[in-house]
Design a protein around this ligand. Structure first.
Ligand code: FAD
Length: 491
């Protein structure tokens, strides 16, 4: 029978979350449209994961060739190494365009309609879309189900004016319009850290300004300490912790410095003033939900602007009840602000739309920071796991194993022996609570652990699996083998 709606599914916003949801919807037989106000691929492809990894790849090679310690130790002599800024910037820009085009083609090939414009809810089956200044573009579409996937934008604390030249966010930094001699990075989360890797490799001095008392808040503390030894100290990165940048006065490149006023986080007293060439504001991301008109479905954003959702990605109304047929995925709901989490949530929402009840286990979603070396994790930090165990009464059941990259033949062959992996698990059940890795290709290595968590395998289930020798994956092999579970080993 002919549906009373234009589409089975309309997705507002086509970043990686919306794109992942659209592909899965078509594969599931749903007639699908996406509404996109700017560029297909959203933050990740155009202003995030993709261009940042291109900059890290190029700058990482500059560092490797310039430092070249391990190359020299393998008998390789490298002459003087220099780089040109613009081709590095072009590499990032071109990669973003290529991937944007790939995404667009994949939607077209599968028959997804791409509607240009900003989407606004009319009710739980209707979306109006338009482009400012373009009367020829726009319309109203109806759908049985709607997914909101409008993503996020850089969060800029009050008192920090962004001029895009001397005071900027990742949106500007990714264009690599210049390499300042001295740059202060506000925030030492993964975005700040990745940019510190890029800038130091290209010759900048970096100073971190971090509100929390230690760098890399949110990382497992032991891993953060090693990251400090590998990523901060040898690069002579300076840092101020426990302080806020409360006032920033932009400068003029090469003429007038940027002035940054530092205030003690606790006492709120001014403690210092820095003069630097540039400031990168990397203080997190804010959901982008402007103009969505959530009131039309009796919903509203939370205090921080995120769209509240239940476990199955349904938008929750003001009384906390799921709004029928409306879902929200990705950065806009704030559950786990990473690209692969956005698309995994999109797939999960589509599963629920198709009546195949699905709940994504966010504790199985890996995270990675693509510095040199990389840092990755899945699940809880040791601190969080111990806190949870204390609350739930199994604190004597928590155990931790650790391995070093120094014991890994492949890492040593590559002269990349710095790094460690650790696992937090329950010794009574073998449940894996968290795995953290810092070292060569940590971002690729984490998946064996995250797959084990996702499929609810205990350490006991996987500790006798065989890994090829010599590979970096043996770091995890050893980690799992070192676990002692209080159950019988398989006969
Ligand atoms: P977005 O990618 O933000 O897409 C939302 C889309 O919706 C946008 O295209 C926007 O134009 C559109 N839109 C908004 N409102 C409307 C509307 N009303 N109507 C129509 N369209 C609308 N994550 C990783 O996993 N790995 C990384 O290495 C990584 N690196 C990053 C590096 C940087 C510098 C940054 C900033 C982010 C990085 N991220 C990374 C995070 C990642 O980019 C985001 O988590 C991801 O893009 C979120 O996807 P999304 O689909 O929810 O939203």
């Amino acid at each position: 029978a002919k549906s009373k709606y234009d589409y089975d599914l309309v997705i507002i916003g086509c970043g990686v979350g919306g794109h992942g949801a659209a592909l899965h919807a078509v594969e599931s037989g749903l007639k699908t449209a996406v509404i996109e106000g700017h560029d297909i691929g959203g933050t990740c492809v155009n202003r995030g994961c993709v261009p940042s990894k291109a900059l890290l790849a190029a700058s990482g090679r500059v560092r490797e060739l310039q430092n070249g310690m391990h190359l020299k130790a393998m008998g390789i002599q490298v002459g003087s190494v220099s780089y040109e800024r613009q081709p590095i910037a072009d590499h990032a820009i071109n990669l973003a365009s290529t991937i944007q085009l790939n995404l667009k083609r994949s939607l077209e090939a599968l028959g997804v309609d791409i509607l240009k414009g900003s989407g606004k809810l009319v009710d739980n089956h209707t979306v109006k879309y338009s482009l400012p200044g373009r009367v020829d573009v726009g319309g109203t579409v109806t759908a049985k189900d709607i997914i909101i996937a409008t993503g996020s934008v850089p969060f800029v604390p009050p008192g920090i004016p962004i001029d895009g030249k001397t005071v900027f966010t990742s949106d500007h930094a990714l264009k690599l319009e210049w390499v300042p001699d001295w740059i202060a990075i506000i925030g030492s989360g993964y975005i700040g850290l990745e940019f510190s890797d890029v800038y130091t490799a290209l010759g900048s001095e970096v100073t971190f300004i971090e509100a929390v008392d230690n760098l890399m808040p949110g990382f497992d503390k032991e891993i953060a300490r090693l990251a400090q030894r590998l990523l901060i100290n040898p690069r002579r990165i300076d840092y101020h912790t426990g302080v806020l940048a409360t006032k920033v006065t932009p400068g003029v490149p090469g003429v007038k410095p940027v002035v940054v006023e530092l205030t003690d986080f606790k006492t709120k007293e001014k403690v210092d003033e820095l003069e630097v060439d540039a400031v990168l504001v990397a203080t997190g991301r804010a959901p982008y939900t402007q103009g969505l008109n959530l009131a039309a479905i009796d919903a509203e954003t939370d205090r921080r602007g995120f769209v509240p959702v239940g476990e199955q990605m349904h938008v929750l109304d003001k009384s906390g009840k799921p709004v029928p047929n409306v879902y929200c995925i990705g950065d806009a709901n704030g559950k786990y602000m990473l690209a692969h989490a956005a698309s995994a949530q999109g797939i999960s929402a589509v599963e629920n739309i198709c009546g195949r009840s699905h709940t994504l286990n966010h504790l199985s979603v890996p995270a990675a920071c693509f510095t040199h070396p990389e840092v990755s994790f899945v699940g809880l930090t040791e601190e969080a796991a111990r806190e949870q165990a204390e609350k739930d009464g199994y604190k004597d059941k928590i155990a931790v194993t650790k391995t070093s990259f120094k014991a890994n033949s492949k890492a040593l062959a590559e002269k990349e022996g710095e790094g460690m992996a650790k696992m937090i698990y329950r010794k009574d059940t073998g449940e894996i609570l968290g795995v953290h890795i810092i070292g060569l290709h940590a971002a690729d290595l984490i998946h064996e652990a995250s797959n084990a968590v996702a499929t609810k395998q205990s350490v006991q289930d996987i500790k006798f699996n065989v890994h090829a020798h010599p590979t970096l994956s043996e770091v995890l092999d050893e980690l799992f083998k070192a676990a002692h579970v209080e159950t019988k080993a398989p006969g």
